[in-house]
Design a protein around this ligand. Structure first.
Ligand code: 5GP
Ligand code: MN
Length: 336
């Protein structure tokens, strides 16, 4: 981390710095877990922080300690604008391009506050003053733990903080499966367990908490919507707005759906296209050599990690699927 001493003094030597923590839109467990983990940590240092998310998030995250104090920008625009404008420090977690926080991006860019980036995605845009960044961390939650270590304050980690951080490490590594899981990841996870995180409870809160609708929707997608493109070792699911409505799908319900395609033997790339109300959202997951992030960036206004990326488009669902099918053949060498 650069300029740690300077950041420390901004946090600890001012009487009461005004601190905002934010993360990417539609936060997942790593985004919300890192935000709340940092919130609890700063509170232990005597620093009050306000977490503001650009949008809402899934119900499966609402068990996280401190969640009820989070402000959703969409429903608190005036109040949030004022807090952002007045802030001394803004922590930006689990994203590195201001576009990922929607309308909040312009406000954060214009704010007088110093910005602290803590993130593990490729190609940071560079809007920040302080940076704890590496793509070699499994998750932003792991980086928050590193930050606490760098601050020399590991003894301040309590069970609630540890639970938020453990949740993000667990989900971003798909339960310690992805290649991003390192010995350090396991050491951090072990430390969080020692501090009071309860692994099976967190697993249950996140993975065994779906609605009946969501489970039937997954079944429908797998039996009726899954297409296999054998020549490209690709699995594709396209979900229409009508289907989302029919199953009463809400924020968070489509999380994880893209992974089913990848679990098929011989499949190298799994793609999910969802007809959200304003635009079409795409998710890409690959097993080995297929560069999901470069593919998303080149064709679908997106990005992400090498094996897990996303993108978006204004095109109608059918047109977007056709265009995907047109560009895929030029990547065949990465799929074999
Ligand atoms: P998901 O498929 O779960 O929405 O996203 C997987 C990963 O892809 C995220 O962790 C994020 O890094 C990246 N990602 C998803 N959507 C976008 C997007 O629209 N733009 C960029 N740059 N990255 C995205
Ligand atoms: Mn993450």
């Amino acid at each position: 981390m650069n300029k740690l001493q300077e950041l420390k003094s901004l946090l600890l030597e001012q009487p009461s710095p005004r601190v905002i923590i934010t993360t990417h839109h539609k936060p997942d467990a790593d985004a919300l877990g890192s935000s709340l983990g940092l919130y609890h940590f700063l509170k232990e240092l005597g620093v009050h922080a306000q977490v503001i998310t650009p949008t809402d998030y899934g119900d499966f995250l609402k068990w996280m300690p401190g969640e009820s104090l989070v402000m959703n920008f969409e429903t608190t625009v005036d109040e949030s604008e004022e807090l952002i404008a007045q802030a001394d420090l803004i922590f930006c977690l689990d994203f590195n391009a201001l576009k990922r926080i929607n309308r909040m991006g312009e406000l954060v860019a214009a704010a007088k506050a110093k910005k602290v980036l803590i993130d593990h995605h490729l190609e940071p845009e560079g809007f920040e003053d302080f940076r704890l960044w590496t793509t070699s961390a499994s998750s932003t939650c792991e980086l928050i733990f590193w930050f606490i270590e760098l601050m020399g304050e590991v003894d301040k980690v309590h069970a609630e903080m540890a639970s938020c951080l453990y949740a993000g490490i667990m989900t971003d590594t798909a339960s310690f499966r992805h290649s991003s899981t390192t010995p350090t990841t396991h050491r951090v996870a072990a430390k969080l367990l020692e501090c009071g995180a309860v692994s099976n409870k967190i697993h249950e809160a996140i993975y065994d908490n779906y609605s009946e609708n969501r489970t039937r929707f997954i079944g429908f997608c797998l039996s009726e919507k899954l297409q296999i493109l054998p020549e490209y070792k690709t699995a594709l699911i396209c979900v229409s707005a009508e289907e989302l409505k029919r199953f009463n799908i809400i924020t968070g319900d489509t999380e994880g759906l893209v992974n089913y395609g990848l679990s098929i033997s011989g499949i190298e790339l799994s793609v999910l296209i969802i007809d959200r109300s304003v635009l079409r959202k795409m998710s890409f997951r690959s097993k080995s050599r297929f560069p999901a992030n470069a593919f998303a960036r080149a064709h679908f206004n997106g990005g992400g990690h090498f094996n897990a990326a996303g993108g978006e488009s204004q095109e109608p669902l059918d047109a977007l699927e056709s265009r995907f099918r047109q560009v895929l053949p030029s990547y065949v060498e990465y799929l074999n």
